[in-house]
Design a protein around this ligand. Structure first.
Ligand code: HEC
Length: 109
C-alpha cells in the first residue's frame, strides 16, 4: 500500500454512468453489485461488501477505498497477488474509475 493514492469523487455524480462503466469493466467477473449475481466463480469477491469485510482492519472507508483503486490499477501485480487483470489509465481513466467507485458506494455512507 506504500504508493496507494486516493481518487477524488466524481465532479458530477451520475449513477447511470457508474453503472454502465461497472457493467462494461467489472461485472463480467464480479457479477452484480451487492449480490454477485452472475459472477464467474464463488471465489470472486462480491463488490463492495466482501472487500470491505476483508479489510475492516484498515479502519476507515477512505483507506478501504484505496484497496479498490489499487486493485483496479494493478490487478494481481505489484505484490497484490490473485488473478485479476489490471486496468491501465488508457483502459479506464481516473474519472471513470471514480464513477465506478461512486456506484459501488465507497465514497459516502
Ligand atoms: C477478468 C475478471 C475480472 C475483472 C474484469 C475484474 N475483476 Fe476484480 N477480481 C477478479 C478476481 C478473480 C478477484 C479475486 C482474486 C484476486 O484478487 O485477483 C478480484 C478481486 C477484486 C477485488 C478485491 C481486492 C482485494 O484485495 O480484496 C476488488 C476490489 C476488485 N476485484 C475490483 C474490481 C473492479 C473495480 C473491477 C472493474 C474495474 C474489476 N475488479 C474487474 C477478477 C476480475
Amino acid at each position: 500500500m506504500r504508493s496507494a493514492i486516493d481518487l477524488p469523487p466524481p465532479a458530477i455524480r451520475d449513477e447511470a454512468r457508474g453503472k454502465a462503466l461497472y457493467t462494461a469493466a467489472c461485472a463480467n467477473c464480479h457479477g452484480d453489485v451487492h449480490t454477485g449475481k452472475g459472477r464467474l466463480a464463488a471465489s470472486i469477491p462480491i463488490l463492495p461488501e466482501d472487500t470491505i469485510a476483508e479489510h475492516t482492519y484498515l479502519g476507515t472507508l477512505t483507506a478501504t477505498r484505496v484497496v479498490f483503486i489499487e486493485k483496479a490499477r494493478h490487478g494481481g501485480f505489484l505484490g497484490y497477488g490473485g488473478v485479476m487483470p489490471p486496468f491501465s489509465l488508457e483502459a479506464l481513466s481516473d474519472a471513470e474509475l471514480a464513477d465506478i467507485l461512486d456506484y459501488l458506494g465507497v465514497y459516502f455512507r
